[in-house]
Design a protein around this ligand. Structure first.
Ligand SMILES: [Zn+2]
Length: 120
């Protein structure tokens, strides 16, 4: 069996801006005018939170066999999973893939998830 994606969790400094571990691109909040804007680099597999995917790369779609599915069908895929988006993206087995899971403290219990993998 291939190794699952490696996880790093941010619980105390969950608001720390996440940068790609392979090229240093700040993937979220880099634009001072619009902090919600996503800047995906070539290594970014996905950016998600508990209620939706914000970004999915073609590589991720191919890997998890989501290509060709509608947004609705993709949503059904991870809604079926007990742990939602978090558990669904734990299935990634691309070589040396890294996932950063940032959890805002209770009562919000809001998670953000960032996935990266090296390119050839
Ligand atoms: Zn990168």
């Amino acid at each position: 069996m291939q190794n699952a994606i490696q996880r790093t969790e941010l619980k105390t400094y969950y608001y720390t801006p996440v940068h790609c571990p392979f090229c240093g691109t700040r993937v979220m909040g880099a634009d001072p005018v619009d902090e919600t804007r996503i800047t995906a680099c070539a290594h970014t597999l996905f950016i998600a939170h508990d209620t939706a995917f914000e970004y999915r790369s073609e590589r991720l779609d191919r890997h998890l066999k989501l290509n060709g599915l509608s947004e609705k069908e993709v949503e059904e895929c991870w809604l079926r999973e007990e742990g939602g988006v978090d558990a669904f993206t734990d299935r990634i087995t691309l070589a040396d893939a890294v996932k950063v899971a940032a959890y805002a403290p209770a009562p919000s219990a809001y998670g953000s998830y960032y996935g990266f993998a090296p390119t050839e």
